[in-house]
Design a protein around this ligand. Structure first.
Ligand code: SF4
Length: 688
């Protein structure tokens, strides 16, 4: 803001409604203070009854800086220094699009369209910015397809689908009526904030709270029972509990015969485990295990909140399926307050194919798993090779495993890299051409949440900052450069919104998606207007119509028809876990002031003593893949043998030119979906 203006000459500030687009299940409605076309403050609004005026500190603290701060990209750039050096010069949009056209065309001429690879993830979650005109463009181009989920989310999603099919699970608000809430691998205070309010209300009615997490999170401090589990062993706990509940006669046989398939094969595996196995493999005492079993057996309505933490180990898919199976075995479905809090967003009448147009994809186009991208880039025998990479909505250098190898891959001289982002990230530094993307405050979008069941719309609250453009316009212009003259490449943002959801669905209340009121969120019930209750108003959408504990699909694809535990051998003494940060959402905001300075690593007092480390010491963590520098925080919030450091830091935060992602393996994968195993990271630690 200009400093020579007196208050009387400034425009008064205004409040405008918006929606948070970040990769977070809550999708809060926002109230944004604007003055002189700048975002001054971001707060919660009451438009969405679930988020109800409350938002997280990271958004309040960092969003204005993210939009207007020094990392913001405001003009197209062309690389003029060595790759990765960060030396760029401004160019016009025309010139930048010419360069992109030339770079992609050269790859296509030499090796065909599949030599172009989009590398995008979930930066913004709006339907338009997240995947609309960009997908149409790459589909028509014939670029290699990217399976994005294995980086995060697909293991959990596939686990859910294997039991229930594509039907919506329990909305989080219903957990208010539970008498037992189990929060499993989910640091809700940091990454699912509004569950905390639901839990408080349920507890005021007498509900018990069990937290299962390798780290003593803030919510764990309030729990009736905190199970500080060994990372990656959740499936053992869940299957041992199933067997124990069977021994206690606490399984719901009527529910099982009506709603469950695969009971016997599932229980045959589960019966291999008991309290002794839990003590040995999960690091929990027998007393804790029996206390958990008793709480489960005595509860009438159990609500389970499963976080993404569980999927970050090799047995992640099995662990999630086994945790969900407990609800089926004990009949915790079919009534309010009982169920698995997952996938309520599936209630939205999305018409994604109409939006993204997969019909444009040439037959036979290959698909890469996003976690394999480094291998693909380094594979000299790949035919066709990846010759052009388009990074957008994503900061792979700070979020993918095996960072040093990825950086080596991005340094390939013969690789043309385009980047589009809001901020100059560590990944953009590798691009040949950088395109400035508008933040979601600068365009309209429509938001179907994945962690709750409300549909929301937002309009731009400020004009694009500098020369930045919304993703839709960037790809519209690129499509024109490539001569894609079909009208679907000229669709306006309004037309794209209308393509994203079925406007004839009664739950939209007669509004076209592009006309959804800005001051309220539309609740997605069943199509008949009933509350979402699995095995009552919502039916499992599996082949059998039942909840499937044995999955034919997962048996055929991965050999895991029944969930099972497989230990990962460790080569170093410490298990590093890297869950969500209270300062960043994944790597978003990593360049903001709150993330400056070295990140911390939590270590138990026992381990700190044995390593001669004191609280506040600079420490070095290393393994064969890399080394990073952090600050030790000695705390009994982590168990001996486990180190905890939050994810998403940028290079500038450390002094080693590597973040914890340099330590994370790329060759250990999850049992289903071949997903990234962030929590199977074994390291050593010493004072730096
Ligand atoms: S990051 Fe999550 S909790 Fe924070 S404002 Fe956005 S949606 Fe809400």
């Amino acid at each position: 803001m200009a400093t020579n203006e007196t208050p009387s000459t400034r425009e008064p500030s205004t409040l405008k409604p918006s929606v948070c687009p970040l990769d977070c299940p809550d999708t809060c409605s926002l109230s944004v203070t604007i003055a002189e076309n700048r975002v001054i403050a971001v707060r919660g609004s009451n438009a969405n009854p679930y988020t109800d005026g409350v938002i997280c500190n990271k958004v309040t603290r960092s969003y204005p800086e993210f939009v207007h701060g020094e990392c913001r990209l405001t003009q197209p750039l062309k690389r003029v220094g060595p790759r990765g050096s960060g030396r760029f010069e401004p160019v016009s949009w025309d010139k930048a699009l010419d360069l992109v056209h030339a770079g992609l065309s050269q790859a296509i001429t030499k090796h065909g369209p599949q030599s172009v690879l989009p590398l995008n993830y979930a930066g913004p979650h709006g339907e338009l910015a997240g995947g609309s005109m960009d997908r149409r463009f790459f589909h028509k181009l014939g670029a290699t397809l990217l399976d994005r989920g294995p980086l995060c989310g697909a293991v959990r999603g596939t686990a859910y689908l294997s039991l229930y099919g594509p039907c919506p699970g329990m909305p989080p608000e219903q957990a208010r009526e539970a008498d037992l809430i189990v929060v499993w691998g989910n640091n809700i205070t940091v990454s699912n904030l509004h569950m905390a309010k639901v839990i408080k209300e349920a507890r005021a009615q007498g509900a018990k709270l069990v937290i299962i997490d390798p780290k003593r999170t803030r919510i764990a401090e309030q729990a009736d029972l905190f199970l500080q589990i060994t990372p990656g062993s959740d499936v053992v706990l869940a299957q041992a509990l199933a067997a124990e509940l069977e021994r206690r006669g606490a399984l719901d046989q009527d529910f099982i015969s009506r709603w469950v398939s695969g009971f016997e094969p599932y229980m045959t595996e589960a019966r291999k485990y008991d309290a002794d196995s839990v003590a040995e493999l999960c690091g929990l005492s027998k007393a804790q295990f029996h206390s958990f079993a008793e709480s489960y057996a005595n509860a009438q309505r159990v609500a389970v909140s499963l976080g993404n933490g569980i999927e970050r180990g090799h047995s992640g898919g099995s662990s999630l399926r086994a945790a969900m199976a407990l609800q089926a075995l004990t009949g915790n479905h079919g009534r309010r307050g009982a169920g698995v809090i997952a996938k309520p967003g599936l209630a939205s009448p999305k018409t994604t194919d109409r939006l993204q147009r997969p019909d444009l994809v040439p037959p036979g186009t290959r698909t890469f798993n996003i976690v394999d991208v480094t291998d693909k880039l380094l594979d000299r025998d790949l035919d066709p090779p990846v010759s052009a990479l388009f990074i957008y909505n994503h900061n792979p250098v700070c979020t993918h495993p095996d960072q040093n190898r990825l950086k080596r891959a991005l340094m390939r001289d013969d690789l043309f890299i385009v980047g589009a982002d809001i901020a100059m990230t560590d990944s953009m530094a590798y691009a040949d051409v950088v395109l400035p993307a508008a933040s979601h405050f600068e365009y309209a979008d429509v938001y179907g949440a994945y962690g709750q069941n409300y549909l929301q719309r937002a309009k731009a609250v400020i004009p694009p900052v500098g020369q930045s453009l919304p993703n839709t316009e960037i790809f519209r212009r690129l499509a024109a450069r490539f001569g894609f003259d079909d009208s679907l490449f000229q669709d306006s943002d309004e037309a794209l919104m209308d393509a994203a959801f079925d406007a004839t669905d009664s739950r939209l209340g007669g509004f076209r998606p592009s006309q959804i009121p800005l001051d309220r969120a539309l609740e997605m019930t069943t199509p008949e207007g009933e509350e979402l209750i699995l095995c009552k108003t919502v039916q499992p959408e599996t082949k059998s119509g039942k909840i499937e504990l044995f999955s034919e699909d997962l048996e055929q694809r991965y050999g895991y028809g029944i969930p099972r535990f497989e230990a990962v051998p460790r080569d170093l003494p410490f298990n590093l876990i890297s869950p969500s940060s209270s300062k960043r959402t994944n790597a978003t905001f990593g360049g903001c002031d709150a993330s400056r300075g070295r990140e911390r690593v939590e270590i138990s007092p026992v381990d700190a003593t044995s390593k001669g480390i004191s609280d506040g010491d600079p420490v070095r963590l290393w393994n064969a893949r890399g080394e990073t520098l952090l600050i030790a925080r000695v705390t009994d919030a982590v168990r001996p043998g486990v180190l905890y450091s939050p994810k998403g830091t940028w290079m500038a935060a450390g002094a080693s030119g590597q973040t914890i992602n340099a330590l994370i393996p790329n060759d250990i994968r999850t049992d289903i979906e071949r997903g990234a195993c962030f929590n199977e990271t074994f390291v050593d630690i010493a004072r730096a």
